[in-house]
Every structure is written in structure tokens, then in C-alpha cells.
Write a protein that binds this ligand. Structure first.
Ligand code: PEP
Ligand code: MG
Length: 911
């Protein structure tokens, strides 16, 4: 038997059988929308009858270069016959004609990215029949012109504006402002006009055969899978390109047949705050697209309770039922046709980070989902959002006082953003990507074609649209701050400017938007990073902690960072880069003196001067991390980084010499000569330290071996600080880490220096400090000889920044600004290896190192302190490798806590 390409909504059991009994499988080949329509039908929710053409059919069609697979069309016609029997109507009939919609529906929701055609089945004859049946010519010709319009733009790729122009003229001619005021005659004329434009643009008559309409619409939906906007969206949402879309053909129900009709969209909980209350928009006497497109000002769903109380009750009950059934917040579409409620769609609703957390916690506490599920329902990116910039209250108050608050709209996606105004998506993208500008994309409303601009922008602002508008949905999904429906904005696309009251903002001017409050400001407002004090988020993170096996530590150099890290839940400091402290103004002269001098006594003096600073730094860290481990890494970067820049020195010297030539005063000459002398000495030293490849030169442990006094000073500072705070009662756990080790002998030498100095300090202080000595693994040779190294180290920490650099042979400082971008664009590398650990290369080296290291010391502490420690995908790998902890920036700690829990909860589950 040939394959089954088509399933009616009442055949979900068969679809399940085919999909191996798995709901996910059903979603895969009926698409999310089709699977949910079928599921709603199964549980007895009123859904207009229809059927789904599978994603497999789409893929077969695309693979065959645009030919329907064998028998698919016949099966589609058979399914249509079943729908005819169910509805008692007939497709193309001149007495009681059936009209259908044709919509896309992939496995993962891609709102508005693909095509839809409504009112299929209308032609001059069926239109007359329906007019007779309903006695409502106005409605029929409004529906008819919509079919021609959608068919033209969706199936035949005609520009939407040509139809809009006709509509504007029709309104002007009738002397009305809105489409709803147009009469039957006006719509008839518009339909005729649309048909003639159709012919002009396509060189074909508008197809009157309903079957031809259906066939062409099905094909258009298939093709739209590979449309630009769908591809852009999938790239951004990381949805696979080979899934294909299903096509859903469904009996039309009409929300525009009079005042006992309505159409709307709703979320079963508040998508912005997560509050357990239905929120939505609707319109009386309208078709669904009017609500989503934001063409007409929608009503708040709460008003439906007054206007159609029994419908609202039924709708509310269905919403609760759907939420319980799917065990998640639902995003639903409905239509009321002549007093009868129909559900047209349900899917898991998109939500903000705050809303995701609240819904997950409340559903778990209500017993609807488990705690594990609650933790899995929130993404690491959503947690990250809590740490995103917000406007400071003081700044916004000041902006209000100075009259810079332009307007307030709907706060649909939280967070603060500022940027220059770009009035279209292409410009927004070009400015952001090519010129590195921060952009706010401003549009009357957004359409799926605008997604690339929205992604490139810092934030989105629209003058039209509601909470469920396209702009709101997309912004929320990608965590972009957005304010929509700011009706005071008078956008003039021709002049590329907008006016609010009497303020004119031109393209390129700065504005700031607050997606949390809905406020729009002129100019650039400073942002601040909030603390994560949301109690619900804290609760979710505590739940996550119960599941995770990986420890989460932080990279911190200063006590204030350490304190923040601890507040965010860090369980240790995985990396303190001691050299960062050397750069401070009061210390740098001593560091430079230490580097410059040839005299060992001067060098000792300089180091002695640095010692108290370092001791105080470390003591501060130990106090902040009382009871927790603190890894202090000895100096790492090449010394020339502490000296002035070579080019600057040459220029300054030339300048001094020129001044000398023109100087007449004796005392000034002496001063200039002295300055020249000093600069020349520095220049000589800079030149002697200069290396062709400093990142592969005298740095890391090599430096510690080259200048043992430096190691001694740092070790002394660490142990003096440890003893000091231990005497204060602090529970101190120092771990001393050697950077850039590539041979075990380097470690042997350094360990001896360390042990001698540590012993000296502890004896002098009369305290025994329990400490660890370990190394970074950031050179492939160290990973490959980890067994030898483990003999001398009691911990490893993967420096994946350098390990990536040295494994790939790609400079970590330059590559991301040059060919690496091209590599990713061309798909040569799937991800940026400096952001996500390269599993097969760097990951494999880590695996070897852990295995070899633990073969010598089974409980060897193995962590990671490269930037990858805060990247969710890399955290998953670290979990798989059995690392002890990940260490990341304090701001990533909450993200890492959740990602580490996800790693456990995902075990054994395929995506
Ligand atoms: C690393 O190389 O991953 C590391 C943490 O050290 P740094 O970035 O300081 O070289
Ligand atoms: Mg390094």
C-alpha cells in the first residue's frame, strides 16, 4: 500500500500508531498545529473538521523538486470528502458550499513564518450560494476579496501593497475610515478590482476551480518551508531545516458574519508576568488575521465576559481543560460563529523569562507538573535574562523630569534597551551587523519578514499591535526588550521620522525603551544590571541545585566579585587571575620597576612593595569565601603587557627629542634629557621582551620559573593572607594554581619553591593551613601527559580559552574578528569554539586528561575556568566528562546552576 500522507483530525490514533505510539512522533509528522487539532478533536473540544497533510509529504514534495508524492492529492480529496460528510457541506457546491483554510504547521511553532490561505472554495458561483444562505452579501464579498488577496500575495508572490492601495481607495471613495464600514457593494467592487490586478500581475485569471485553489495553496505552504523568513527564523531558533511543514486543511468558520460573531487569541496565563489569569484580545465581527496583524484596535478579552457571557464561560472552561491536558500554558485561537464557539488552535504559549519561572513554579506547586519538569521548563537563557540590564529608577525619573518620556505602550517583553532608530528591518540589520551600531527597530507593526531586523536590534518598538501581536511574540521568544502598540507614535515612513506630540525623532536618533514598564524615552538612558532577588527564581535555582551533580564556582579577582558570586550561589572561586591586581594605578609602577631593573636588590624592593597589596587582596577573597575553596593562579601573562606600548614609546621619544632641539633654557634641557634617558631605558626593555608570538612565549609557569622571586612573593602573600584570616576565625581553603604547564618538570620545580615558602610562612605564623597545589590544563601536551602531571598536582582546571587556542592553532585574540566568522557562516565550524567547547577536539583532550589524571588520583578535583564554564552546551559536556565543577563569571553562576541541573535531567533522553 502507498504511504498514508493525509490524516483527518479524528485519525490521531492511527497517526500515533504510525509514529510508534509516541506523542512527539505524532508532532513530528503532523506538525504541532495538526497534532494539537487532532488531539483537541479526540478529547471532545469543538474544532472545525479538517485534515492534515504530513511533513513527510512536504519533504517528499521538496525532494522531488516540486512534485506531489504519488497518491497524496487523491488522499487529500478523500479526506475532503470525509469533511464534507461531517459538515453536510460540499466543496464547490452551488447550494451549500464548503469553504476551507489551508495553513502551515511544523513540529516547532514558527509563528507567521509560513503561509496561510483562507476562504478556499469561493468563486463567483459559491459566493452567490453563500450569500443566499446567509443573507449577508457584505460578509461573503469581504471573504471573497480576502481569498483573492491572500492567494495573490501568498501563492503568486504578489506585493501586498497593491491590494492595500485598492482598499485605501475604496475607503476614500465610500468616505469611511475603517474596513468595517464598507458595504456589500464596496466589497464586490474590491473583489473585482483584486481579480483584475491578479490577472495583470500574474498573467492568469484568478482560479475559479476550488480544487485548483486547494492544490495551489497546499503547494504554496510546502514551498514556504524554504522561504527566506522561515529559514532566518529557523537559524535563529536553532530549528533543524529538514523537518518540513505539515499542511492543515480545515473547515472555515467565520467570526465576521455579524455581531454574534467574534474572533480572538489568548494565553491561558499572563505571558509577561506568569500570573494565573487568562489574557487575550478579540474583535467582534472580524476574521482572525485582523487580531494578530493589529490592523484594528482589539478589545481586552475580559470585555467578552460582558458581551458574550456564556461564550466566555465556555471558553474559560476549555482553556483550563487544555492547560491541564497539555500541562502547560496554552496559546489559543478561537472564533465565535453565530453564537457557537470553535477552537482553531492550541499550542504551548511563548512567555517572558519572568513568566516562565512563575508558571513553572506554580504548576509544580499545584501538582500539575513535577519539580524536575519545572526546572526543565525554564531555559538557561531565561535565567540569564534576570541579569540583563534595566534602567535605573533615578535615570528614568530624571528623564521624566526633563520631558524625555515620549509615550507609554504595552510592556510585552521586559528589559531595557537603547539604540538609534531604524525604520526597517534591513537597515536595522545592516547598521547592527556592518557598523556595529546599537539599534532600536521601530515599525508601525512587525511582520514575519522583519525577523532578521528584530534579531539584530537591541529592542523593538511598534505603534500598533497587542500583547499577542507578532512583534510581542517574537521579542519574547528571543528575549528582546519590546514595547508595542504605542498609538501616540506617528510614524512617517516617507520622511523616515516619527512624531510624538510635537517631538520629532529622525532615523538615526537615539531612543531608549523599557520593555518592563512600556515606556519610551528620547535619548540614551544608562542601564544598570539588577540583582537576582526574584524569590521565584531563587526557588527554581534551589530546586535545580537538588538535581545537579556539577559544582558551580566563579571566576573572581576582587572581594566584591567574590561576594556577588557567592550571593548568586557560587560554591568556590575557580580562578583568581592575580595579574589583574597588578594593573591598578598604585601598583603598576612597582610592577614596572620589577621588570625594568637589572639589580636584584631593586627587584626585591619592588616585589616587597607589591606583597602587602597582594596579601590584602587575597585576604579579602578568603573572607568573602569563608568555608569555600579559593583557587589563586600565579601570574600568567607575558611581562611586556605591563610596560608601555612600543609605538607610543617611540612617538613620545621623538617628541621629547624635538622639544630638546628647540629648547633654550638650561634647567628644561636637563629635565628633558632625564626624561629621554628613562624612556630609552624602558624602550630597550620593551624591545628585549618583545616576542613574535607572546601568547606562546615567556608567560605562565615559564615566567614563574624565569623569575622565582615572583613566585615566592605571590606564594608568601597567599600564605600570609591565609594565616591572617585563619586567625580571625575564617575557614580558609586556598588552592594554588600554576598556569600554562606543558611538562611535569615545570610543576616539580614550582612545587618545590611553593612548599618551601609555604612552610616558612606557616612556621613563622604558627598555623598549619590546609592547601592544595594544582595546575591548569590548557596546553594539549599537558592533557596528553595528565597521568605524569597528576603525580604532582592535586587538582586540574581546564583553561579552555588557551586549550582551544592551542588545539586549533587559532589566536584567541584575533580570530573572532576575522576568518572565524566566515567559518561559521560557511558552516565549516558549527559553533564558535571560543564560546562552545569543540566536543570532538578540545572535548576529547579534556576526556583524556580526566581519565589519565584520575587513573593516578581517583578523586582528583577537575574543573574548568575558561569562558566555556558559563555556556550551557559546554556545561553539558563538562557534566558528561564527570568534572567536579564549572567556574564562570559571577553573572553566569545562576545560568550554570540551571544548566548543570538540565544536564542531569537530560541524561538518557534524546532531544
Ligand atoms: C584559559 O585559558 O581558559 C584561562 C582561564 O586562562 P586565561 O583566560 O587567563 O588565559
Ligand atoms: Mg589561559
Amino acid at each position: 500500500m502507498t504511504k498514508k500522507w493525509v490524516y483527518t483530525f479524528s485519525e490521531v490514533d492511527k497517526a500515533e500508531e504510525y509514529g510508534g505510539g509516541e506523542w512527539e512522533g505524532v508532532r513530528g509528522f503532523l506538525g504541532g498545529k495538526g497534532a494539537n487539532l487532532a488531539e483537541m478533536t479526540r478529547i471532545g473540544i469543538p474544532v472545525p473538521p479538517g485534515f492534515t497533510v504530513t511533513t513527510e509529504a512536504c519533504n517528499a514534495y521538496l525532494e522531488a523538486g516540486g512534485t506531489f508524492p504519488e497518491e497524496m492529492w487523491e488522499q487529500e480529496k478523500d479526506a475532503l470528502e470525509k469533511v464534507e460528510r461531517e459538515t453536510g457541506k460540499k466543496f464547490g457546491d452551488t447550494k451549500n458550499p464548503l469553504l476551507v483554510s489551508c495553513r502551515s504547521g511544523a513540529k516547532f511553532s514558527m509563528p507567521g513564518m509560513m503561509d496561510t490561505v483562507l476562504n478556499i472554495g469561493l468563486n463567483d458561483k459559491t459566493a452567490k450560494a453563500i450569500a443566499k444562505l446567509t443573507g449577508d452579501e457584505r460578509f461573503v464579498y469581504d471573504a471573497y476579496r480576502r481569498l483573492v488577496q491572500m492567494f495573490g500575495s501568498v501563492v503568486m508572490d504578489m506585493p501586498g501593497e497593491v491590494f492595500e492601495e485598492v482598499l485605501t481607495k475604496a475607503r476614500d471613495k465610500a468616505g469611511v475610515e475603517t474596513d468595517t464600514e464598507l458595504k456589500a457593494e464596496d466589497w464586490k467592487a474590491v473583489t473585482d478590482e483584486f481579480k483584475s490586478i491578479f490577472k495583470r500581475y500574474t498573467n492568469k485569471d484568478f482560479p475559479t476551480d476550488p480544487y485548483e485553489q486547494l492544490k495551489m495553496a497546499t503547494e504554496a505552504v510546502f514551498k514556504s518551508w524554504n522561504g527566506k523568513r522561515a529559514i532566518d527564523y529557523r537559524n535563529a531558533a536553532k530549528i533543524s531545516h529538514n523537518l518540513g511543514t505539515a499542511v492543515n486543511i480545515q473547515t472555515m468558520v467565520f467570526g465576521n458574519m455579524g455581531d454574534d460573531c467574534a474572533t480572538g487569541v489568548a494565553l491561558t496565563r499572563n505571558g509577561t508576568t506568569g500570573e494565573n489569569q487568562i489574557e487575550g484580545d478579540y474583535l467582534i465581527n472580524a476574521q482572525g488575521e485582523d487580531v494578530v496583524a493589529g490592523i484594528r484596535l482589539t478589545e481586552d478579552l475580559r470585555k467578552l465576559k460582558e458581551e458574550m457571557p456564556s461564550i466566555y464561560d465556555e471558553f474559560e472552561q476549555i482553556s483550563h481543560r487544555l492547560e491541564k491536558h497539555y500541562r502547560d500554558m496554552q496559546d489559543v485561537e478561537f472564533t465565535v460563529e453565530k453564537g457557537k464557539l470553535w477552537m482553531l488552535q492550541t499550542r504551548d504559549g511563548k512567555r517572558t523569562a519572568q513568566s516562565a519561572v512563575r508558571i513553572a513554579i506554580e504548576m509544580a506547586e499545584d501538582g500539575l507538573i513535577t519539580r524536575e519538569e519545572a526546572v526543565m521548563r525554564v531555559t538557561p537563557e531565561q535565567v540569564d535574562f534576570f541579569l540583563h540590564p534595566q534602567f535605573d529608577r533615578k535615570t528614568t525619573e530624571a528623564a521624566k523630569d526633563t520631558g524625555n518620556l515620549l509615550a507609554t505602550g504595552l510592556n510585552v517583553s521586559p528589559g531595557a534597551a537603547f539604540g538609534v532608530v531604524a525604520f526597517d528591518a534591513d537597515l536595522a540589520e545592516a547598521w547592527a551587523k556592518k557598523e556595529g551600531k546599537q539599534v532600536i527597530m521601530v515599525r508601525p507593526e512587525t511582520k514575519p519578514d522583519d525577523v532578521h531586523g528584530m534579531l539584530a536590534a537591541q529592542g523593538i518598538l511598534t505603534s500598533r499591535g497587542g500583547r499577542t501581536s507578532h512583534a510581542a511574540l517574537v521579542a519574547r521568544q528571543f528575549g528582546k526588550p519590546a514595547v508595542v502598540g504605542v498609538s501616540e507614535l506617528d510614524i512617517d515612513m516617507g520622511r523616515r521620522q516619527m512624531k510624538v506630540k510635537d517631538v520629532v525623532i529622525k532615523e538615526g536618533d537615539w531612543i531608549s525603551i523599557d520593555g518592563t514598564s512600556g515606556e519610551v524615552y528620547a535619548g540614551k538612558l544608562e542601564t544598570v544590571v539588577p540583582d537576582i532577588k526574584d524569590p521565584l527564581l531563587l526557588k527554581l535555582l534551589t530546586w535545580a541545585d537538588e538535581f545537579r551533580r556539577l559544582g558551580v564556582w566563579a571566576n573572581a579577582d576582587y572581594p566584591s566579585d567574590a561576594q556577588r558570586a557567592r550571593d548568586y550561589g557560587a560554591e568556590g572561586i575557580g580562578l583568581c587571575r592575580t595579574e589583574h591586581m597588578f594593573f591598578e594605578a598604585e601598583r603598576l609602577p612597582f610592577v614596572q620597576k620589577m621588570i625594568m631593573t637589572d639589580s636584584s636588590s631593586e627587584q626585591r624592593e619592588a616585589l616587597n612593595a607589591l606583597l602587602p597589596f597582594q596579601r590584602e587582596d587575597f585576604a579579602g577573597l578568603f573572607r568573602a569565601m569563608d568555608g569555600l575553596p579559593v583557587i589563586i593562579r600565579l601570574i600568567d601573562p607575558p611581562l611586556h603587557e605591563f610596560l608601555p606600548n612600543h609605538v607610543d614609546l617611540i612617538r613620545e621619544l621623538a617628541d621629547l627629542k624635538l622639544r630638546l632641539q628647540h629648547c633654550g633654557k638650561l634647567e628644561e634641557i636637563d629635565e628633558l634629557l632625564s626624561q629621554i634617558n628613562t624612556k630609552e631605558r624602558i624602550l630597550k626593555r620593551v624591545e628585549s621582551l618583545s616576542e613574535q608570538n607572546p601568547m606562546l612565549g615567556l608567560r605562565g609557569v615559564r615566567l614563574g620559573i624565569h623569575i622565582p622571586e615572583l613566585t615566592i612573593m605571590q606564594v608568601r602573600a597567599i600564605f600570609e593572607a591565609s594565616c591572617l584570616v585563619a586567625k580571625e576565625g575564617v575557614d580558609v581553603h586556598p588552592e594554588i594554581m600554576i598556569p600554562l604547564t606543558c611538562h611535569v618538570n615545570e610543576l616539580k620545580v614550582q612545587r618545590e619553591v611553593l612548599e618551601t615558602e609555604a612552610k616558612k610562612v606557616m612556621e613563622k605564623q604558627g598555623i598549619e593551613i590546609d592547601y592544595k597545589f594544582g595546575t591548569m590544563i590548557e596546553i594539549p601536551r599537558a592533557a596528553l601527559t595528565a597521568d605524569e602531571i597528576a603525580e604532582y598536582a592535586s587538582f586540574f582546571s581546564f583553561g579552555t580559552n588557551d586549550l582551544t587556542q592551542t588545539t586549533f592553532g587559532i589566536s584567541r585574540d584575533d580570530a573572532e574578528a576575522s576568518f572565524l566568522v566566515e567559518y561559521m557562516e560557511k558552516g565549516i565550524l558549527p559553533d564558535n569554539p571560543f564560546a562552545t567547547i569543540d566536543r570532538n577536539g578540545v572535548g576529547e583532550l579534556m576526556k583524556i586528561a580526566v581519565k589519565k589524571g584520575r587513573a593516578i588520583k581517583p578523586d582528583l578535583e577537575c574543573g574548568i575556568c575558561g569562558e566555556h564554564g558559563g555556556d550551557p552546551q559546554s556545561i553539558l559536556l563538562c557534566h558528561e566528562l564527570g568534572l567536579t565543577y564549572v567556574s564562570c563569571s559571577p553573572f553566569r553562576v545562576p545560568v550554570a546552576r540551571l544548566a548543570a541541573a538540565h544536564a542531569v535531567l537530560r541524561e538518557g533522553k534524546t532531544e
